[in-house]
Ligand binder design. Sequence first.
Ligand code: RP5
Length: 161
Amino acid sequence: MTTPQIAILMGSASDMKIMQETGQILDQFGVTYEMKVLSAHRTPEETAEYVKSAEGRGIQAFIAAAGFAAHLAGAVAAQCVLPVIGVPLDASSLQGLDSLLSTVQMPKGIPVACVTIGKAGAINAGLFAIQILSRSQPELVEKLKDYREKMREQILSSQPS
Ligand code: RP5
C-alpha cells in the first residue's frame, strides 16, 4: 500500500460530502492521503494518539475540517509540528461563521492555516497542501502551473458574446 502524505481529518461523518472535494483534488495531482473521522470533543484521546503517530508514518501535513465550535485543527496542531490547514464548515445555524472564527483565531505559538468556509475551502486546503509538498517534489510545481493555466484559459474563453 502507498504511504499517505496528507491526512484529511473531519469531526463527523456528516462532513464527508464536502471533504471528498479535498480528496478529489489530491487524487487529481496524484498525491496520496488518508481520511479519518476524529473529533476534538468526542474522541479527544484517539485524535491525539492518531496525530502523534502521523509524523513517523510519513504524513507531511494535516487538513482538519469541522463545523460548529471547530477545535479540531487547533487540537491537531497542539499535538505535532507538522503544518495544519483548517477547513471551517457550514454545519450550524451560524452558517460556518462559528467554525471560521474557531479555526482562524488561534492564539500565538500554535499556528493553524485557515481557508474559506465549505467547498471552496476544502478545495483550497488540498491545493495548499500540494503547494507545501511541491517544495520537495518538483513534478507538483509543474502540475500546479498546469492547473492555473487551465483556469486562465477557462476564464478567457467565457466572454460574453
Ligand atoms: C462538528 O459538528 C462536526 O465537524 C460536524 O461539522 C458537526 C456536526 O456533527 P454531527 O452532529 O453531524 O456528528 O463537530
